[in-house]
Design a protein. Structure first.
Length: 386
């Protein structure tokens, strides 16, 4: 059936048509137009008249599925006029009013569609009266026209609703794909930026130590191998959906900064289990810590750095702050790049704020993330290290 629908009978119907084979099936009523000529002696001229009218109707019938607006109205009028022209000499022509009502039901506005259905039914009754057809015949024809017109109206409305739903679903899928690509890009940047920086620093350190401390140089190279293997696993995690841990990122940040020759002071006044129920907050803080530490190691030229984290009871929020004594706002300091922009997007998505204060010397980066509810009280872990 799918191949049948795609063929669309030589493209008589537009692509995306949801009616399938039913427009062709509705033509089963058209042979009624030839019942009387077949049962009674009919001249060749009459046969040509009926056959030509049927051919014109079929062309109009299929065109209706492509038409809208003024063109659709013209086809409704044409089909009804054809019924009026043929019905005095052929009672079977009343079937054309049914098709005209069905075409009118395709009007975009419901009120217009109803007006077409009622108008065509009235024209059919008038044509039957003018031809002196039995009253019961006129009423039956009118009822059938109204019935088919109503069914066609309901189907047209359903098709339009389905089309809107299809377009909306396609838009949702498109936006979801964009969001997923952006997520993967941010995760890869956050992961690889930190890890590759650590690999570069350790490789440079191993190169400097190669001639005077071979043992330590070998240890650094082995660390590079370990970090590289971890990077491969992190890339896989990013594709699946990266879920960083705050305690792990804190240890990595200290390792990265220490490897770069930057002494680190950590003042950490929150516990890992304080994030129960707030996992997105913990993950966002972890990624912010990773990005900020990477920027300090890469760009700051700092000798000292401080990492602080604390919970503010009123308003209830978590704060992360990194400071360094590097180049800060002096000429040549890096501008806000993709990493910082990605960090800002993650934080603002949780209604948080990111503040970067680049003084003449040094930089202070502060992240504040609100907590929606009060967590159970737990003993805080306070670490002060160098």
């Amino acid at each position: 059936m799918s191949d049948f629908n795609r063929a669309r009978f030589f493209h008589f119907l537009p692509e995306g048509q949801t009616l399938g084979w039913t427009p062709h099936a509705w033509l089963v009523f058209l042979p009624v137009l030839f019942v009387q000529p077949a049962l009674q002696p009919t001249s060749a001229i009459a046969w040509a008249w009926f056959g030509g009218g049927a051919a014109l109707f079929v062309a109009s019938y299929f065109r209706v599925h492509w038409a809208s607006g003024q063109e659709l109205r013209a086809h409704v009028v044409f089909q009804a006029a054809l019924g009026v022209a043929l019905s005095p000499v052929n009672p079977g022509a009343y079937v054309l009013f049914t098709y005209a009502a069905s075409a009118g039901a395709r009007a975009r506005r419901t009120r217009e569609a109803i007006a077409w259905i009622l108008g065509v039914a009235a024209i059919g009754v008038g044509a039957a009266a003018a031809a002196h057809a039995p009253f019961s015949y006129s009423i039956g024809d009118a009822m059938f026209t109204l019935l088919i017109g109503g069914v066609s109206l309901q189907r047209a409305q359903t098709d339009r609703a389905n089309e809107r739903l299809r377009v909306a679903n396609e838009e949702i899928e498109r936006l979801a794909a964009i969001a997923e690509r952006e997520r993967i890009a941010r995760d890869l940047h956050d992961l690889l930026g930190h890890t590759l920086s650590l690999i570069v620093l350790k490789s440079e350190l191993a190169s400097r130590l190669a001639e005077r401390d071979v043992t330590r140089a070998v240890r650094e190279i082995r660390d590079v191998e370990t970090v590289s293997r971890a990077a491969l696993e992190e890339v896989r995690d990013a594709i699946r959906g990266f879920r960083p841990r705050l305690d792990t990122e804190l240890a990595r940040a200290r390792q990265l900064l220490n490897t770069g020759g930057i002494s680190v002071v950590v003042d950490w006044a929150i516990a890992s289990d304080d994030f129960t129920g707030w996992e997105p907050v913990a993950e966002t803080l972890a990624l912010a810590l990773r990005e900020a530490a990477t920027n300090i190691a890469r760009h700051s030229g700092a000798r000292r750095a401080t990492i602080r984290a604390w919970r503010n009871p009123s308003p209830h929020s978590l704060h992360l702050e990194l400071t360094d004594d590097g180049v800060g706002g002096r000429a040549g300091a890096p501008k806000e790049g993709n990493g910082l922009r990605g960090m800002r997007e993650r934080i603002e998505a949780l209604s948080g704020t990111l503040t970067v204060d680049a003084a003449h010397t040094g930089t202070r980066l502060t992240v504040a993330l609100p907590l929606r509810a009060v967590a159970p009280t737990r003993a805080a872990l306070r670490v002060v290290g160098a």
